[in-house]
Design a protein around this ligand. Structure first.
Ligand code: SAH
Length: 411
């Protein structure tokens, strides 16, 4: 991005002034400025596109403003010239995001098209599930009608979908002080479909998609490359813990003699079962609390542990905030310890964490402590993260959140 210059002539935008700490934060490359680092935003309307300046009025770039979020400013340009039209910028950036996917994403018709800050579109998430597109709007600025119009127009032009659905998170709308809104169709008729990944034709793994149900935007697309990686090592008896709609389990089913998937959500398992039928696979689905089930399976003094050749752990984020960290570490340690007890020499252990607040180094350490206590020796085969359609932007650490470690149990 070009370097900022002095204030543009004929500034048309409202201006937000930053404290010196806010300026320093922007200079570090991060696009967010917290409310506590705003020196002045008098009369700036909610969700406005704003010019950003230091306390002396020097222009630093263009941003989106939220009147309610702790993140008051999200930069969209550091150019010396103001952005003049947000809908045009949104259309251009969606096209750029698609071009990146066309270059780096293959063997799938389901992937994230826009990943918020990582695609320079803060507050916007767009996922493609074959011919159905799912949109999530997370900020005041992205909720504006002209922005919605531009995004629908661009998606229709570029991808010719049969439906665009919006998934609404009521809690986020509340935090952004946006009026309540229901999830629903934004464009055309279709909200469900079948998508496939990690192969072509009969080799691909197929999933049902219902745009108006399920968690996240319907599937955990960030794990797509990790499914294929786990399948490369899979053999024998497999256990997929926190299986949701069967992402790992169905990829393992082609390689393993038996596959068991565990989740506490009945609707997720019902969909998983439909997905197994869609792929012509047999999988045993167990509805249970994973902590309890693993305690039973890991055995006690009298009961021998159940043995598996590959175990996958993909729990929900335990640390939603920094304050949860201690509890999260002990949750991960306990789960990993129990899972490891079910693996013998030659076994494969796939363990994930999607908590941003638990760093890759922390997670490796926690798994190390679990291995020590389980008396297992682990060899790291792969240290992985999220699929490339969820890009990691180096200047925005929050874009990097998924850890997926694959180990070989040596003893
Ligand atoms: N591996 C999945 C994604 C897992 S998301 C995939 O690739 O698609 C986390 C899952 O954990 C959710 O499906 C949720 O229903 C489940 N879950 C949350 N708490 C649980 C618990 N205590 N026991 C079992 N499953 C749980």
């Amino acid at each position: 991005m070009p370097k900022p210059s002095s204030a543009p002539a004929n500034s048309a935008l409202p201006v937000v002034k930053l404290s010196s700490r806010g300026v320093a934060r922007l200079k570090s490359g991060h696009p967010w400025v917290y409310r506590s680092d705003i020196a002045g935003a008098d009369g700036v309307p909610p969700g406005a596109m704003v010019g950003v300046a230091d306390s002396r009025g020097k222009f630093l770039g263009t941003a989106l403003y939220s009147s309610s979020s702790q993140i008051a400013i999200r930069m969209i340009s550091r150019s010396g010239a103001e952005v003049s039209d947000l809908p045009t910028l949104v259309g251009d950036r969606i096209r750029a995001a698609l071009a990146y996917r066309r270059e780096f994403v293959s063997k799938t018709d389901a992937y994230r098209i826009v990943f918020s800050e990582a695609d320079f579109l803060p507050g916007l998430i767009i996922d493609r599930y074959n011919d159905v597109i799912s949109v999530q709007i997370l900020t005041q600025a992205m909720d504006a009608e002209p922005v919605r119009g531009a995004l629908i127009e661009t998606i229709v032009e570029e991808l010719k979908p049969t439906g665009i659905v919006e998934r609404v998170d009521a809690r986020i709308r509340d935090l952004e002080q946006l009026p309540p809104r229901e999830s629903g169709l934004l464009w055309s008729q279709k909200s469900s479909t079948i998508f496939s990944m990690n192969g072509a034709g009969a080799n691909a793994v197929r999933f049902h998609y219902d745009g108006l149900a399920g968690q996240k935007t319907g599937a955990f697309l960030d794990q797509r490359e990790n499914y294929a990686a786990a399948a490369r090592y899979a053999h024998g008896k497999a256990l997929d813990v926190f299986c949701y709609q069967g992402g790992f389990a169905l990829h393992l089913a082609g390689k393993c003699s038996t596959v068991t998937g565990v989740d506490s959500s009945r609707p997720a398992l019902e969909m998983a079962d439909k997905n197994a039928a869609l792929n012509g696979r047999e999988v045993e689905w167990i509805e249970a609390n994973a902590f309890d089930l693993l305690r039973d399976y890991a055995g006690s003094g009298r009961q021998p542990a159940q043995k598996y050749d590959i175990v996958v752990l993909d729990p929900p984020a335990f640390a939603k905030t920094k304050r949860d960290l201690d509890k999260a570490h002990s949750g991960y340690k306990e789960l990993n310890l129990r899972a490891l007890k079910m693996l013998g020499p030659g076994g494969i252990f796939v363990t994930c964490s999607c908590s941003f607040h638990v760093s890759a180094a922390d997670f490796l350490e926690v798994v190390g402590h679990a291995a020590r206590d389980a008396h297992k020796s682990l060899r790291l085969l792969e240290s992985r993260s999220q699929a490339k359609d969820h890009p990691i932007l180096l200047s925005v650490p929050e874009t990097s959140y998924l850890k997926c470690l694959i180990f070989y149990v040596t003893g």
